[in-house]
Write a new protein. Structure first.
Length: 403
């Protein structure tokens, strides 16, 4: 098989996922098209330069419905002969788009791809697609469905993770994100977003809350306590599935959970021949990809088994990885990952994560892979792993190596 390389990685700033957020006026198609146009211009891509655009987004209704990928191509400056594929693997959609593109290249189905994703959470509300896993009783009852916040609290209960642990991780995420921005670590990847008049409307991650401390987080009420405990509550469902637990310890709140934001990201993936043809230098090789299904009730533990799988499949050990990006969907997800592998915080999310900067569902996987690559280059590291937990009980992971 051919090797697949990352030639470029960009992202938008994350805008607050509310009507007063800076990106609210921009549609999903427009934001996606700006990402495609930026990759095109940065890499001098002309004509039918890539085989396909694979684009992840989670809530596939309204302006994010249909085949958003193809619509974005037509709205962009890319050649109309380039098709588009919209995919949905929930929170890992952006990473799965990259993985699919890499594996197409490795299998010989084209030399170059654009992959990434978008989510405009201020415009298309999370859950507005009415997913059967949540609303169809015949499915929800069989799978012991609970909302993700309850799942995060189950992880905290099962693995003895305290609220102080979660809040400390959240404070560190804020501090690291601020330090990264202050040090211009994202400068090479951020694409300022423009309105229809070509005026820049956002050039930084808008959701961040510098100055967050343990005291301010300690004043916040647990977000999922009422939905868990007020009858008929989801805690009762969880305890039927996990009878060894006496109760669910509700530790998560808005300050130690990922932020609702708007954003998009894109990567240029290709073979060695693609780079030579377009006079591009590869930044990293995509060494391996993996996905796995897990318990759908606790739901968010996927980064652990999928990391075990990708390492075993490739004859590697956890010590072979220099840096990790583990999506901060909830604090307990990252804490459990570090606990399971005995990995120090100095190797995980060193520039902050979704707790500080936000989690634009369909884009986040592509975003964290780009952030990982940027940091590997900045700190002169060789090998990195990006992974995300996924709704309904799944995990996805990618290992990259600098070249």
């Amino acid at each position: 098989m051919s090797d697949a390389y990352i030639y470029d990685a960009i992202r938008s700033p994350r805008g607050k996922g509310r009507k007063d957020g800076a990106l609210h006026e921009v549609t999903s198609v427009q934001l996606s098209a700006q990402m495609l146009n930026s990759l095109k211009s940065r890499n001098a891509l002309e004509g039918h330069a890539v085989e396909d655009v694979i684009w992840g987004n989670v809530t596939q209704v309204g302006e994010q419905g249909g085949c958003l990928a193809r619509t974005a191509v037509l709205a962009s400056d890319l050649d109309e002969r380039i098709p588009g594929l919209a995919i949905n693997r929930f929170c890992a959609s952006g990473l799965e788009a990259v993985n699919l593109a890499a594996n197409q290249v490795r299998g010989g189905a084209g030399e170059g791809y654009i992959a990434g994703g978008v989510e405009m959470m201020s415009r298309v509300a999370m859950g507005s697609d009415g997913a059967a896993i949540a609303v169809d009783p015949s499915v929800a009852m069989e799978t012991y469905f609970v909302p993700q916040g309850i799942s995060a609290d189950i992880i905290a209960t099962e693995y003895n993770l305290s609220r102080d642990d979660a809040d400390a991780l959240a404070v560190e995420s804020q501090n690291r994100a601020k330090a990264a921005w202050d040090d211009n670590r994202f400068a090479g990847s951020i694409v300022p977003i423009r309105d229809r008049n070509g005026i820049d409307i956002l050039d930084h991650d808008e959701y961040m809350r510098p100055g967050t401390d343990m005291q301010s987080l300690g004043a916040l009420r647990a977000s999922f306590k009422d939905m868990g405990e007020v009858m008929p509550g989801f805690d009762a469902v969880a305890l039927m599935k996990y009878p060894h637990l006496e109760r669910i310890n509700h530790i998560h709140h808005a300050g130690n959970s990922s932020g609702i934001v708007d954003g998009a990201a894109a990567l240029l993936i290709g073979s060695k021949e693609f780079g030579e043809q377009h006079d591009l230098k590869p930044r990293a090789r995509i060494r391996a990809t993996a996905k796995i299904g897990t318990d759908p009730t606790i739901m968010l533990t996927g980064p652990v088994p999928v990391t075990q799988k990708i390492l075993e499949d490739n004859g590697m050990a956890i010590g072979d990885i220099d840096l990790f990006e583990v999506n901060e969907a909830f604090a307990s997800v990252v804490l459990r990952f570090m606990q399971a592998f005995d990995v120090g915080s100095d190797k995980v999310n060193v520039n902050g994560g979704a707790i500080a900067m936000g989690h634009p569902l369909g884009a986040t996987g592509a975003m964290i892979l780009g952030t990982l690559l940027d940091e590997m280059e900045r700190s002169d590291k060789e090998t990195g792993l990006a992974t995300l937990c996924i709704a309904s009980g799944m995990g996805a992971a990618t290992i990259i190596e600098r070249v």
